[in-house]
Design a protein around this ligand. Structure first.
Ligand code: TMP
Length: 200
């Protein structure tokens, strides 16, 4: 099926402000706003399971398969139909998060993860990826100042440093698709940078 809308993903660590910016961008573009893990009823159940800090440890392979199950459902139920109908889609996290968190963060093989994610999404990848970058020390402060602790937020600092370095490596490896946006400053300032990156 031919795609007519644009598929834009926002990526970044916890505390990067990407959910706020995703909502803002989607509003400005009149795009469908959605998120991962989640975006469908099934996916939101999977999200609750993956983030539940009270569950016994979920292994990195189980975690990956759950995330990809949510992605497969999300693409077929929400994202692809919207694109085919000519709508733009703004997604808060997508495959970049799998490579950064399960690959660089958890240590799984990134080439294998890329293949698995492509299988789950039926080959659909974002046209543009905006990486909201805040210095790791600032992101740590923002993370700690937020109350709720989910299973990822409870990870040690070293995990977030690996994830952050992973995002930087992914953006550097694919500069035509990825844009790195400075996430420091006010919501409006960052929003203008995001809008400029998207129209680039
Ligand atoms: P959020 O905090 O941005 O809503 O995302 C929930 C968590 O899910 C976040 O800690 C990162 C994690 N995640 C992965 O580990 N891999 C993925 O592929 C996705 C989409 C999210």
């Amino acid at each position: 099926m031919a795609r007519r809308g644009r598929f834009i993903a926002l990526e970044g660590g916890e505390g990067s402000g990407k959910s706020t910016q995703a909502a803002r961008l989607a509003g400005a573009l009149g795009a469908v706003l959605t998120r991962e893990p989640g975006g469908t009823r099934t996916g939101e159940h999977i999200r609750a399971l993956i983030l539940d800090p009270d569950l016994p440890a979920i292994g990195e392979r189980s975690e990956t398969l759950l995330l990809l199950a949510a992605r497969a459902q999300h693409v077929s139920e929400v994202i692809r139909p919207a694109l085919v109908a000519g709508r733009d889609v703004v997604c808060d996290r997508f495959s970049g998060s799998t490579l950064a968190y399960q690959g660089y963060g958890r240590g799984l093989d990134t080439a294998e993860l890329a293949r698995m994610s492509a299988w789950a999404s039926g080959g659909l990848e974002p046209d543009r990826v905006i990486l909201l970058r805040v210095p790791p020390a600032e992101a740590g402060r923002r993370r700690r100042s937020r109350g709720a602790i989910d299973r990822f937020e409870g990870e040690p600092e070293a995990f977030f440093l690996r994830v952050s370095a992973g995002f930087d490596a992914l953006a550097a490896a694919d500069p035509d698709r990825w844009s790195v946006v400075d996430g420091s400053g006010s919501v409006d300032e960052v929003g203008e940078r995001v809008a400029a990156a998207v129209s680039r």
